[in-house]
Design a protein around this ligand. Structure first.
Ligand SMILES: [Zn+2]
Length: 104
């Protein structure tokens, strides 16, 4: 099992999971039961979307990137991750690539 990204907004994690399941990639969400445990945004407790099979990781990232890029270009600007420089949708608080905070 390999983590793809984590995100405070559970609906977004679920959305990404449905995209990947639609592509035939088995996924699991970790920390699902921890959502709402604390009112403070602690990335360690954010719902994390993971692929069940490690070999699906790269393909899953590519699929999500395509979908999210399409969503983002329709809605918001992309922002560069302050940690790894990867582009993220403008409403992401945590980088999908490295898990670090996205700074604008
Ligand atoms: Zn990053």
């Amino acid at each position: 099992m390999k983590e793809l990204f984590r995100e405070r907004d559970f609906s977004r994690v679920g959305y990404c999971q449905s995209i990947l399941e639609g592509e035939g990639i088995a996924t699991v969400i970790r920390n699902e039961q921890l959502t709402g445990l604390t009112e403070f945004p602690i990335p360690d407790f954010f719902p994390a979307l993971c692929v069940v099979n490690d070999e699906d990781h790269d393909r899953a990232i590519a699929i999500l990137r395509d979908h999210l890029a399409a969503d983002a270009s329709a809605a918001e600007e992309e922002v560069d991750c302050g940690t790894c420089g990867e582009q993220n949708p403008g409403n992401f608080e945590v980088c999908w690539n490295c898990g670090g905070p996205v700074r604008i």
